[in-house]
Write a protein that binds this ligand. Structure first.
Ligand code: HSE
Length: 305
């Protein structure tokens, strides 16, 4: 008998300003993956929605590659040689909202369910981090909420919590792609100690203030000196978009992951903040749209088995 499962997985925003490769937040924007694993070889992949025209539907497909990776880890590659994959995507592709993490996590979760759940969420985090290279998008995609992650001796650890602050996320999505690889290539291998100190204080303050719901401190807490200054040249008008968001009422703003999306953290004025960010991008010749999202509380979950 063929076994199928449908998984819903959230988009995610990594770094959250100062938490480069460590902090992430799960957003209320979702991709759906319906997977059937086949005993016989063969791939039938269909993609609808965001990025459908750019996502390969052959052996190169990231969902399929992630499934194969998991099957290899679980010594089950001989049991399943093909798949029927149906993807319905809402998360913009290559924009800093965790589209690759969503594909990886949905694939691993779906295959894991079909195999009888040999891995718990921590096991999925390990495999997903090995595939993605860093845990800050895959962790919130698995757990939901706001996540703090690290890798110790090759083993990722992550905890998730729901901020006490009533935060909404306004994401300006520009109409160009930026690959994580290109954005990581822009980074130096070393940073000045004063920049590290700047970020340690802000990352700690951000987590503490969100956990306690202390809004007064948050306005300092989304700034960064470790990655954004080096990546600014890849996103026209980035700092002006941050300023426009703050002037329109945002608590803070940052690159979403490796960009090019910019995320503003707000408690109100979401529409005005979105409009201001679009306008600021336009001043630099970039067309953008704005999404107002909440914080997803569940992470990847089964919607049909
Ligand atoms: N922490 C990662 C980066 C997120 O900023 O490069 C993007 O995958």
């Amino acid at each position: 008998m063929r076994k199928s499962v449908k998984i819903r997985v959230p988009g995610t925003s990594a770094n959250c300003g100062p938490g480069f490769d460590c902090l992430g937040v799960s957003c209320t924007i979702y991709n759906d993956l319906e997977l059937t694993l086949l005993r016989e070889p063969g791939l039938d992949i269909q993609v609808e929605g965001e990025g459908a025209e750019d996502i390969p539907t052959d052996e190169r497909n990231l969902v399929w590659r992630s499934i194969q990776f998991l099957l290899g880890r679980l010594k089950a590659s001989e049991d399943y040689k093909g798949a029927v994959i149906r993807m319905k995507n809402n998360v913009p592709l290559s924009r800093g909202l965790g589209s690759s993490a969503a594909a990886i996590v949905a694939a691993l979760k779906a295959a894991n369910v079909i195999l009888g759940n040999p891995l718990d969420r921590r096991g999925l985090l390990q495999v997903a981090t090995d595939l993605e290279g860093h845990p800050d998008n895959v962790a919130p995609a698995i757990y939901g909420g706001f996540t703090v992650s690290l890798v110790h001796d090759g083993v990722p650890e992550s905890f998730s919590f729901l901020p006490k602050a009533p935060l909404e996320l306004v994401v300006a999505v520009p109409n160009f792609h930026l690959s994580t690889k290109a954005a990581r290539n822009a980074l130096p291998s070393e940073v000045p100690l004063k920049d590290a100190v700047f970020n340690v204080g802000r990352a700690a303050l951000l987590v503490g203030a969100l956990a306690k719901g202390n809004m007064n401190f948050l306005r300092y807490a989304f700034d960064d000196t470790l990655h954004q200054p080096y990546r600014a040249k890849l996103i026209p008008g980035m700092y002006e978009v941050f300023d426009a968001a703050r002037k329109a009422g945002a608590i803070g703003a940052a690159m979403s992951g490796a960009g090019p999306c910019i995320i503003a953290y707000v408690t109100d004025h979401a529409a005005a903040v979105g409009d201001a960010m679009i306008e600021a991008f336009r001043g630099h010749g970039v067309e953008a749209r704005a999404l107002t999202l909440g914080i997803d509380q569940r992470g990847a979950h089964i919607v049909k088995e």
